[in-house]
Design a protein around this ligand. Structure first.
Ligand SMILES: Cc1ncc(COP(=O)(O)O)c(C=O)c1O
Length: 379
């Protein structure tokens, strides 16, 4: 079955009791036992829920995975995956990740005794040095947030396998429509479903997909115990949204390509980062491992003041946290998504206070271009 067909049908058979083509969400916490000592298929919704199971079957199919688990947020999925490393073991974390992942590893994993080594996963020698004998996993993103850096997934996976280390790839920016980490050899494909998978800026969710039962069991046990589950209603909304993921991603990308080309030509914009631009440093690698460039663009203005004025001058783009919504969003990573990263860390990675991150929506691109042109004219 091809992607768009799976998105519509897997885990979403009509309701067997009523024939309802769209099964209603199971807004329920408890399930009657057949008798005092007999088990039901479902017991308690922290452990399992029919609507959540439908979503998980669907996401597993989209990621070509044996199993997928959904969570109450992308951070809850990251927190579960972090449990794969025990105290004394090491997580080799790409330094160009989402600021929330940085905060989790620094403020939760480290105090719990897990070593965190921040490294440039695109630098072979640095990766080699960071991957000590106690390394358990390499955690990375590609394209990365917010710099849209591309990492060669097969190269990282091959290296990790030679060391017996797991690879976890946060696939939030690409989505399974454009990239399948497990097909490239990664052990876990992770998502903030808050972003493109749900795509309507009205809920939070996360997911982790894997072919490895041992990994899935660790994640399941953590979630069952910690309780970071999504509500059945949010699972139902996410399932509904996934039905249009392929259409939305096509439009996000076609709009983003036109906007990136326009922005790259503007004298007031100093550096445009978009994996589809001809001068993107690892464009070819991106093309080998994914089926498109996505809807995210970052760029630098002359200074922070210009960046702030640009954001405040826009009329259509919404200045807000997050990304992947149908509406165009814009933010300053320095102040927003990466606020919790120390300034010197951000500078080392290349996130400046004049960097702007744009999540291109599915509006008419002519209106978006006019909005950008107008705001640039006011600088
Ligand atoms: C790449 C990436 N991963 C994970 C997360 C965390 O997801 P959530 O906000 O759903 O907890 C985010 C949030 O912005 C993100 O951008």
């Amino acid at each position: 079955m091809k992607f768009s067909t799976k998105a519509l049908h897997v885990g979403q058979e009509p309701d067997p009791h009523t024939g309802a083509v769209v099964p209603p969400p199971y807004l329920v916490s408890i399930y009657e036992k057949p008798s005092a000592l007999e088990m039901n298929e479902y017991e308690y919704s922290r452990l399992d829920n029919p609507t959540r199971r439908s979503l998980e079957e669907n996401i597993a199919a989209l990621e070509n995975a044996k199993r997928a688990l959904s969570f109450g947020s992308g951070m809850a999925a990251i927190a579960a995956v972090a449990q794969l490393a025990k105290p004394g073991e090491r997580i080799v974390a790409a330094r160009n990740v989402y600021g929330g992942a940085y905060r989790y590893f620094e403020t939760v994993s480290k105090p719990a005794g897990v070593e965190i080594e921040w490294t440039d996963v695109n630098d072979d020698e640095a990766l080699e040095r960071a991957t000590t004998d106690n390394a358990k996993m390499i955690f990375f993103e590609t394209p990365s947030n917010p710099l849209l850096e591309i990492t060669d997934v097969r190269r990282v996976v091959e290296f990790a396998k030679s060391r017996g280390v797991l690879t976890v790839l946060d696939n939030t920016f690409a989505t399974p429509y454009l990239q399948n980490p497990l097909d490239l050899g990664a052990d876990v494909a992770l998502h903030s479903t808050t972003k493109y998978l749900n795509g309507h800026s009205d809920l939070l969710g996360g997911a982790a997909a894997t072919n490895d039962d041992e990994i899935a069991n660790v994640l399941w046990a953590h979630r069952a115990s910690a309780g970071a589950i999504p509500s059945a209603f949010d699972c139902w909304l996410t399932l509904r949204s996934i039905k249009t993921l392929s259409l939305r991603m096509e439009r996000h990308e076609s709009n983003a390509r036109k906007i990136a080309e326009f922005i790259a030509d503007q004298p007031k914009i100093e550096k445009t980062l978009y994996p589809g631009l001809p001068d993107h440093p690892r464009r070819e690698i991106g093309e080998r491992q994914s089926r498109g460039y996505g809807g995210m663009i970052s760029f630098e203005l002359a200074n922070k003041d210009a960046a702030v004025r640009f954001l405040d001058s826009l009329e259509l783009f919404v200045v807000a946290e997050s990304l992947g919504g149908v509406e165009s969003l814009i933010g300053l990573p320095w102040e927003m998504s990466h606020k919790t990263m120390p300034p010197e860390f951000k500078e080392k990675v290349g996130i400046t206070d004049r960097l702007v991150r744009m999540s291109v929506g599915i509006e008419d691109v002519e209106d978006l271009l006019a909005d950008i042109e107008r705001a640039l004219g006011r600088l």
